[in-house]
Design a protein around this ligand. Sequence first.
Ligand code: NI
Length: 201
Amino acid sequence: MDCFPRTLPSSPDCVTLDPGYNSIMVRYRRNFVPGGMFFFTVTLDDRRSSALVDHVPLLRTAFRKTRGERPFIIDAIVVLPDHLHAIMTLPSGDSDFSGRWRRIKSVFTHGIVASGALVPRNHRGEYALWQRRFWEHTIRDEADFERCANYIHFNPVKHRLVKSPAAWPFSSLHRYVRAGTLPSDWGGDSGANDANFGERR
Ligand code: NI
């Protein structure tokens, strides 16, 4: 999505004379970075909440601010009302994704508080907007990257928010379409097993 830009591969070897399906998928998979790329599911505590899509500019600010402090790349992301799925690449030798998510969550929470919206608190009086835990999966190879990115881009359809993946605005699918990596009518992949992606039940 526009909010979380990354530089897509644009070197000449990515340009192909035959823009067929296989070539497209090869370019998609080339985003893979061995050992430094992770899939996450991060959820709000209240699954009836729609705070993430209600406050997308604040979420964008939280990512930008955190990235300015400690770099990372968002390779794919989808923001749903009460959770998000993302693929994040960290710099070589750095695997502190927990610290980054802590910061993203905190900046977002405090942004909402500053906006005057009500944020739930736990019994200790601490803000309790997010679930403490998140799902993490280390991406193994190019095929795994493709599987996770497909899962992300199909997710709004899986959650019955829209009928086609491109109809959901808060998705990096649009970035891949603009780059010519995926077709605008990309139909998605519904074959994945939710249990492997930390999806809420
Ligand atoms: Ni989901």
